[in-house]
Write a protein of this length. Structure first.
Length: 291
């Protein structure tokens, strides 16, 4: 049983498709199928259920999948440790990043990290904080970024950036001349917020509840720039991290601090507790504390 066979098998499982897996692995589908058949023959098991409608694992396939993931993670970790002992940090770092925070903080981090560790292949996977969390838990990526407060007993958490959530209004809005407002003052405002796919959605609802009201939500979307555009056009108000709002729309909106309760905007780096950090992952984890 060869490592490459396990890598191919894991990729097929994660992609749920031989075709997509072959594309990601840059090999032909017949070559991939041949490798899987060879693995099945060597182990004397059937790994996949032969259902043309859906690619799924047999019970034996489930066992082999978990074994393969453990072996590949261990191999990557030990290889990275060896390179570190030899004075080198090299390998692959799979990093999950919500699209809303990339340009605010991590663009600089990733650029400077690349200069310091040129032999690390930094692969970026975009998704909401909820998706990033699921990918870390599923061993699809090594590290990810979430918006705090965040609580998962299976994860390490390191705070890397602090700012505040602000009320974003158009420059002609009735509150535009204010620098600070109470949460209760916006209970009747038409609220434009991010969709339920984002952890930030739940945080908005929690802060409104703490202030004693349910928000008057008139529009939800996964597109942060659309929320800002609509707020700039006075179609409603939105809540957003100050750095995101000011970087994208500073000349067309007014950002107002919130109180009672205050609303911090904090970014955290997460990794799986039961999985030792590889050399590239540890170097990135430590590097974020240097900035």
């Amino acid at each position: 049983m060869k490592r490459v066979q396990l890598e191919y098998f894991v990729r097929v499982v994660e992609e749920k498709s031989f075709t997509r897996a072959a594309e990601k692995l840059f090999i032909s589908q017949p070559a991939l199928s041949k490798s899987i058949r060879s693995l099945e023959k060597e182990l004397d098991v059937t790994l996949f259920k032969r259902d043309p409608r859906e690619l799924s694992l047999t019970s034996e396939g489930e066992w082999v999948y978990h074994y393969a993931v453990d072996i590949l993670n261990y191999w990557q970790m030990r290889t990275s440790e060896l390179m570190a002992l030899l004075g080198q940090v090299r390998g692959i770092l799979r990093f999950g990043l919500p699209p809303s925070v990339g340009s605010v903080f991590f663009s600089k981090i990733m650029y400077e990290y690349g200069l310091k560790y040129p032999q690390v292949d930094l692969q970026i996977f975009e998704g909401t904080s909820k998706k990033v969390e699921a990918m870390v838990m599923g061993d699809q990526i090594d590290l990810g970024v979430v918006i705090e407060p965040y609580d998962n007993p299976h994860m390490r958490l390191k705070t890397v950036y602090r700012s505040e959530v602000v009320l974003v209004v158009s420059q002609k809005h009735r509150l535009a001349k204010r620098d600070v407002v109470d949460f209760a003052e916006i209970k009747d405002e038409p609220m434009l917020i991010v969709s339920k796919d984002y952890m930030f959605h739940d945080q908005i609802l929690a802060h409104c509840k703490q202030a004693g009201f349910l928000p008057n939500i008139t529009f939800t979307t996964s597109q942060w720039d659309l929320l800002l555009e609509m707020a700039a056009e006075d179609q409603g108000v939105t809540l957003m991290g100050r750095p995101v709002a000011e970087k994208l729309y500073s000349d067309r909106i007014k950002c107002i601090s919130l109180k009672n309760p205050e609303f911090p905007w904090t970014l955290g780096l997460i990794s799986k507790k039961c999985k030792p950090l590889s050399g590239p992952a540890k170097s990135f984890w430590d590097f974020c504390g240097e900035i």
